[in-house]
Design a protein around this ligand. Structure first.
Ligand code: ATP
Ligand code: MG
Length: 466
């Protein structure tokens, strides 16, 4: 399944969070307004309770008690929605305004003598109307008379209606806010992701012909890693791409020399009639050129296969000193010609492909012999290294290779001295590339050092790997 868009996810997250916050806020506001009304009612009820109490305290004779209802009725004139009841001992009603019927529980319970209003009003419904009431004990001015209970209540219907309308508007506003924040969230997410789109646009512009372009580093911090990783990738691609195109132009170059040699020789041979011996000579010379070409093509083929992972070495035990000695026998003549002695020391064997390893070592040895000054010696040192590694070192005295050449020495067709380029006796510059491929196919590494008149190729094979 395709992952959801980031804009969608951010919008969803943003609107969910704001919905939760707004709903909680809505409930809080509702509760606060409700509490405020309750407090208002309570204040009013307490005031009225005090008024009735005051009137009761004024009653000092039973006769005065008779006119109490009248006095109270007068006092309550104009207070719509207010109900008062005064109940004497044994639930005997002493006074009652029309309207509210107080719940028995409110009248019966006997609050402590001096208690004023109850802490929380009692709420009840009657005939579809809401009431809120409190009750308290009160003493009359008649000595020895038991205290009576005074209950007052307000009709809360208008509050209820107000709250209803208020809630309706509140939740409507909240719903609108939710929709608005979702919209704002969407806009914010889209705007926030604009740098990503910019980056995409810049990336789309890059093609094989503009691999030197880089993404700007002036991007938001979150994208810096991405831009850097992308630029690093471009750098690697550019490197590979350049090597590849250098390689094909080198290849054309390398093939042109032997082919033009062949053409010139053939044209010269054909320019006049020659003896059979002369023709034979030309053919021999051509054959040498053909062999060079064939070798180069075979080397190229080997490298192309290695690039595609098609070089799979077999795994037989290879006794390294024995192979080196065999190769020394092969190179004896060349070494003698150059006045170079060959030395091998150490012992060790690795699992690997005998023929390939021979080829790799042979390339190193032929180079070393060629670059050793007369009287010098080429030394091959084989040693057991720590943690199951076997090292093989081919070392020869000679002029140091300048450090700027070292990293490129294993590149195809790379030769240190370009003036030798034309000499047909020189190699094509593929030897070290092949050696490196073979070593890597054996999961080994090869390094080169050239200091103080000593050039040393150092191979490390891992024993444990096979
Ligand atoms: N032991 C060494 N001492 C000094 N320079 C070396 C040594 N080995 C290699 N080189 C330099 O590295 C270059 C590349 O070596 P490489 O073996 O790849 O190519 P080549 O010997 O020129 O040709 P090929 O091996 O294909 O016949 C050589 O041209 C040479 O300049
Ligand atoms: Mg070579």
């Amino acid at each position: 399944m395709r992952p959801k868009s980031i804009t969608f996810r951010l919008t969803l997250f943003f609107s969910t969070a704001s919905t939760a916050v707004l709903i909680v806020t809505g409930y809080l506001i509702g509760a606060l307004v409700e509490a405020h009304f309750e407090q208002l009612d309570l204040d009013e009820l307490s005031g009225k309770l005090e008024l009735v109490r005051y009137n009761l305290a004024e009653v000092r004779t039973p006769a005065a008690m008779e006119v109490l209802p009248e006095k109270l009725s007068d006092a309550m004139v104009g207070h719509h929605g207010l109900s008062v009841a005064v109940v004497g001992t044994g639930s005997k009603p002493l006074f009652e305004t029309p309207g509210a019927v107080f719940p028995a529980a409110l009248l019966k319970s006997r609050p402590p003598e001096e208690s004023s209003a109850r802490e929380r009003p009692v709420v009840w419904q009657q005939d579809g109307q809401g009431y809120r009431g409190i009750a308290a004990a009160a003493s009359t001015g008649i000595a020895g008379q038991a205290p009576v209970i005074v209950a007052v209540a307000v009709n809360t219907e208008h509050h209820r209606l107000f709250m209803q309308a208020f809630h309706q508007r509140l939740w409507l506003a909240i719903a609108a806010s939710i929709a608005l924040t979702a919209l704002l969230g969407w806009i914010a997410a889209r705007r926030g992701l604009a740098p990503v789109r910019d980056l995409t646009r810049l990336t789309q512009r890059i093609s094989a012909s503009s691999l030197d372009e880089r993404l700007p580093q002036s991007v938001p911090p979150e994208l810096i890693d991405l831009a850097t990783a992308f630029n690093d990738m471009l750098a690697r691609l550019e490197g590979s791409f350049r090597r590849l195109s250098d390689f094909s132009s080198d290849l054309a170059h390398e093939l042109r020399t032997p082919v033009s040699n062949l053409m010139t020789q053939t044209q010269v041979a054909l320019s006049q009639t020659r003896s059979a011996d002369q023709y034979r000579e030309v053919l021999y010379s051509n054959l040498e050129e053909y062999e060079r070409l064939a070798r180069m093509i075979a080397d190229m083929l080997f490298l192309a296969k290695a690039d595609n992972g098609l070089i799979v070495p077999s795994s037989e035990p290879v006794d390294l000193p024995a192979e080196v000695r065999d190769l020394f026998a092969f190179y004896e003549a060349l070494a003698e010609e150059h006045g170079v002695s060959l030395v091998v020391a150490g012992a060790g064997s690795i699992p690997g492909d005998r023929l390939m390893i021979r080829r790799a070592l042979s390339n190193l040895l032929s180079n070393a012999i060629r670059h050793t000054p007369r009287g010098g010696s080429v030394t091959v040192l084989i040693e057991q290294r720590a943690s199951g590694e076997i090292g093989l070192c081919v070392e020869n005295p000679g002029e140091d290779i300048a450090p700027e050449h070292l990293p490129r020495l294993f590149d195809r067709f790379y030769r240190v001295d370009p003036s030798r380029h034309k000499a047909s006796s020189e190699g094509a510059g593929l030897g070290l590339a092949i050696t490196k491929s073979i070593v890597e196919a054996h999961k080994g590494t090869i390094r080169i050092e050239s200091t103080n008149g000593l050039t040393r190729f150092d191979i490390t094979f891992t024993e444990a790997d096979t």
